[in-house]
Design a protein around this ligand. Structure first.
Ligand code: F6P
Length: 336
């Protein structure tokens, strides 16, 4: 590990929390200390920075944290950081506390703050932390793996009771504007229908027909995974029950998807990204975001990363549909 010219760094978590953030914080703190830096924890995201809620961090402060969900630094969404005045004040506070380098763990909104701080002379590195997997420059974001496993297990449970009562279940998963959580659960839970904003044509009659047909063929349940970007699951359940005569319930999984102990993947990848963020600061880099692509941990210019676009893969979507009961080209007999 090289000795760093940057002597003091800060670390903050911003936006929605995600399981694995603590592993990233731990890596930043310990890698930073090992590189001869002082490390400061900034509480409650950019809001805490503006309120100067800044603490010195030791290696011991991050003991027994890698296995915990949430973020030990707390998090917040901060409107003030969107204004030029707020951004300048944030840079000023960093300078006042001797923070030459800042690691920001969060989503695209948090990176926009990091980008402006970089323009104002603070070396910044972003780490993608969101359960939504909606950051274009990276195939992995901290928390997605844990959240998708949490949602998958919950949906398995709903499916048990749905089958016992011969019901249709609409299960709404998080993801903000993106359908990754819904699509992955669609495949992992063997859902009959998956509704994501990127692909759904709002043809509810097709879903109604699917349910009626599969009932006729003897199917005992019908699982619909609905992305929160499509939403309105309760109203949809009422309409579907009225149109099909099949009892239908909506379950909104909500914030339980954001909690819980991180999976091994989230602990390891978050640790790698935390360490890499410190290494980039040691090398004098700024305005970079860490990502994971094609099996490697890589980094991009934040401006370029924010300009990148990402969408759910057509092939994955096609496979999801081809494996569900409704869209299969197989004969009904093969399924029962
Ligand atoms: O970005 C993470 C996320 O959990 C989204 O999936 C969801 O839309 C949003 O945050 C919920 O935000 P809040 O916790 O502020 O209600």
């Amino acid at each position: 590990m090289a000795e760093s010219k940057v002597k003091t760094i800060g670390v903050l978590t911003s936006g929605g929390d995600a399981p694995g953030m603590n592993a990233a914080i731990r890596a930043v703190v310990r890698r930073g200390l090992s590189s001869g830096m002082r490390v400061k924890g900034i509480l409650k995201g950019y809001q805490g920075l503006l309120n100067e809620e800044i603490i010195d961090m030791t290696a011991k402060d991050v003991s027994d944290t890698i296995e915990r969900g949430g973020t030990i630094l707390y998090t917040a969404r901060c409107a003030e950081m969107r204004s030029a005045e707020g951004q300048e004040r944030a840079a000023e506070i960093c300078r006042k506390h001797g923070i030459e380098g800042l690691v920001v763990i969060g989503g695209d909104g948090s990176f926009a703050g990091a980008q402006t701080l970089a323009n104002l002379g603070i070396n910044t590195i972003g780490i993608p932390g969101t359960i939504d997997l909606d950051i274009a420059c990276t195939e992995y974001t901290i928390g997605f793996d844990t959240a998708v496993n949490t949602a998958m297990e919950a949906i398995d449970k709903v499916r048990d009771t749905s089958t016992s009562h011969e019901r249709c279940s609409i299960i709404e998963v998080m993801g903000r504007g993106a359908g990754y959580l819904a699509l992955w659960c669609g495949i992992a839970n063997g859902a009959e229908d998956v509704l994501i904003r990127e692909k759904y044509d709002f043809d509810e009659q097709r879903i109604v027909n699917n349910i009626i047909q599969s009932r006729k063929a003897g199917k005992k349940h019908h699982i619909i995974i609905n992305a929160e970007s499509v939403g309105h699951s309760e109203a949809m359940a009422k309409r579907i029950e009225a149109a099909t005569g099949v009892e239908t319930r909506a379950t909104i999984l909500g914030h339980m998807q954001r909690g819980g102990n991180p999976t091994c993947k989230d602990r390891v990848y978050a640790s790698m990204m935390g360490a890499m963020a410190v290494d980039l600061l040691c090398q004098g880099k700024t305005c970079r975001v860490v990502g994971y692509r094609d099996g490697n941990f890589v980094d991009f210019d934040i401006n370029e990363a924010l300009a990148m676009k990402k969408n759910v893969g057509d092939y994955m979507w096609e496979v999801c549909n081809s494996l569900s009961h409704n869209y299969s080209k197989h004969t009904e007999e093969e399924f029962y």
